[in-house]
Design a protein around this ligand. Structure first.
Ligand code: NAD
Length: 478
């Protein structure tokens, strides 16, 4: 098989990174109360990009109070069509600044620029655009006789894998419904949330409508514990989600949790294999596998197992790993050193427990955190790599013989966020999809998203939905 050589295709757009960022509270940029800052690093080069304010409980309190004032004084009372204008304005600016934001997302998070350019940023703009359309039609989201009312101040906490998109998923529906927001970005990827704060400032939203408080887990915990917060929307790990559920239990706070996953990707022997292999590759190697809904367990019908392994082995050799700012790159940098260590630990456990590791042959850059596209064969249900979320470019291949066995194995996980099915029989697709305990089931495709389509989990993948009319209702009290 010929493997093409690609000339470098470096991204030429530059992102404007400030040396230091404060917190965005009450429409103003301010230093954190403690005077403490933390560094955010480019994981592809290990270079420090900027110093970012470390918000503590005092800053969170300021932000929540500002959000409450903005809620009572302006945003709740504003005519819905007026609110929509602001959301359209944010969406338009995201589009206008899309290339620069894509570069910033890639520098701060390590994902290939073709993904931030073609997925993260356009999807973020699309969410603001979509929810802008809902702002003056909220009564159509309700049952007859119900009046849409906002919830109040929403505390929103997001992870590092889709920093701008997760912020957009959360902020857009909250604002459309008349709520105000305090957002806490992840510690390794604060820059695009801060760029979004700049866009919100330029869009001239009333001060305090959206506040961005950067920091770590203690900042997030202060937001969760704050008495004036009416709703917590959390996306992140199941472990932290459980802690938040315990903290908010018995309070009047509303809660939605978007947590981890260990999705089954089921491949029947009658599947269109060329397309299915592409779906499997996209399902696990997109964003280096830092995807909550990644198809990280491949269930292959036994009769095609060997052929699938051969095809996958060949296909991963053609993936290009390296500089995320090169437009040809498929596999960028792992988001942080600690995440790479976690991947290494789980891969070691796979080898120790007897599975066979297959990896792409490639040159790993000397600096930065990288991990090659990999998969394991000979995986048993009991292996850690079949049960735990790796959150890296590592696929676990298991086999099944009958449709019922596929369903049983797919559902044999504490998670339930997403799943995929590949078969050329429409009826079989439907039969299996109905039996899978997952919030999203993709049939003969994978990783397809749309702002109008709800997304969320079952069981330890959380509860509540984001996207579509379902995501809107999470921000309405009725
Ligand atoms: P994480 O839970 O460690 O952190 C997520 C966010 O929560 C960060 O902003 C962090 O600072 C904050 N945080 C940490 N401890 C906290 C606490 N005690 N109280 C309040 N906030 C706290 O998760 P992560 O490692 O950043 O992200 C990866 C995880 O996110 C994976 O498990 C992934 O599956 C999940 N995820 C889920 C979805 C979804 O929609 N279901 C989407 C993306 C990521």
């Amino acid at each position: 098989m010929t493997i093409f050589e690609y000339a470098p295709a470096p991204e030429t757009t530059r992102a404007n990174v400030r040396k230091e960022y404060g917190l965005f509270i009450d429409g103003k940029w301010m230093a954190p109360a403690s005077g403490r800052y933390f560094e955010t690093v480019n994981p592809a080069t290990e270079e420090v990009l900027a110093k970012v304010g470390h918000g503590d409980a005092t800053d969170v309190d300021r932000a929540v109070r500002a959000a409450r004032r903005a809620y009572e004084k302006y945003w709740r009372k504003m005519k819905p069509a007026e609110r929509a204008k602001y959301l359209y304005r944010i969406s338009r600016t995201l589009v206008e600044r899309s290339r620069e934001l894509a570069v910033l997302e890639t520098m701060d998070g390590g994902k290939p620029v073709k993904e931030s350019r073609d997925f993260d940023v356009p999807m973020s703009a699309a969410h603001f655009f979509y929810y802008a359309g809902w702002a003056d039609k909220l009564e159509y989201a309700m049952r007859a006789g119900e009046t849409p009312r906002p919830v109040g101040v929403a505390g929103q906490i997001v992870p590092w894998n889709f920093p701008l998109l997760m912020a957009a998923w959360k902020i857009a529906p909250a604002l459309a419904c008349g709520n105000t927001v305090v957002l806490k970005p992840a510690e390794t990827t604060p820059l695009t949330a801060l760029a979004l704060a700049q866009i919100i400032e330029e869009a001239d939203l009333p001060p305090g409508t959206v506040n961005v408080v950067t920091g770590d887990d203690t900042t997030g915990a202060a937001l969760v514990e704050h008495e004036e917060v009416d709703k917590i929307a959390f996306t992140g790990s199941t472990e932290v989600g459980k802690r938040i559920a315990r903290t908010t239990a018995g309070t009047r706070k509303r809660l939605t949790l978007e947590l981890g996953g260990k999705a089954a990707h089921i491949l029947f022997s009658d599947a269109p294999l060329d397309q299915a292999i592409e779906g499997v590759v996209n399902g696990i190697y997109f964003n280096q596998g830092h995807v909550c809904c990644a198809g990280s367990r491949l269930l292959v019908q036994e009769s095609i197992h060997d052929e699938v392994v051969v095809r996958l082995t060949e296909r991963i050799q053609t993936l290009r790993l390296g500089d995320p700012l090169d437009k040809n790159t498929d596999i960028g940098a792992i988001n942080s050193k600690s995440q790479r260590d976690k991947i290494l630990d789980l891969v070691r456990s796979g080898i120790d427990e007897g599975a066979t590791l297959v990896q792409q042959a490639c040159q790993i850059p000397e600096r930065g955190y990288y991990f090659p596209a990999s998969f394991f064969t000979g995986v048993q249900q009991s292996h850690r790599i079949a049960r735990e979320e790796i959150f890296g470019p590592v696929l676990s291949v298991l086999t099944f013989r009958t449709a019922d066995e596929a369903v049983e194995k797919a559902n044999n996980t504490p998670y339930g966020l997403s799943a995929g099915v590949w078969t050329d029989k429409g009826s079989k697709n439907m039969y299996i999809a109905q039996r899978l305990k997952a919030g999203v089931v993709w049939c003969n495709t994978f990783n397809l998203f749309d702002p109008s389509s709800p997304f969320g989990g079952y069981r330890e993948s959380g509860f509540g939905r984001e996207g579509g009319v379902h995501g809107l209702k999470e921000y309405l009290a009725c």
